[in-house]
Design a protein. Structure first.
Length: 103
């Protein structure tokens, strides 16, 4: 992992992580820091497609939309959850809402 300047995404993510992680007493700080950046960037190619789908859904077929949303659920969200767990305890605020209920 290399930070070339203070304006890079990696630099911003490391700064964000350092703000909280410096208060933690982790014996795995360096490993956690690298894992956090990985989990926050591995899915970045999907971000453009997700943003384009949400801003202009008419440009995508139903199949393309399905693929983008599956990528969101099966690739992006697990990375975000992992990053949140590394950063701090990630609350599962929607657990009670995930149970199927009649409308």
């Amino acid at each position: 992992m290399s930070t070339t300047n203070n304006d890079s995404l990696e630099s911003k993510l490391l700064g964000f992580f350092g703000d909280m992680a410096s208060a933690k007493e982790s014996s795995n700080y360096d490993c956690d820091k690298e894992s956090f950046v990985f989990h926050m960037t591995d899915w970045s190619p999907s971000l453009d497609l997700i943003a384009r789908l949400y801003s202009n859904p008419a440009c995508f077929s139903q199949e393309e939309s399905r693929q983008i949303l599956q990528d969101l659920f099966y690739h992006v969200l697990p990375h975000l959850n992992a990053a949140a767990e590394i950063y701090d305890d990630a609350p599962e605020i929607y657990t009670m809402h995930n149970k199927r209920k009649p409308c």
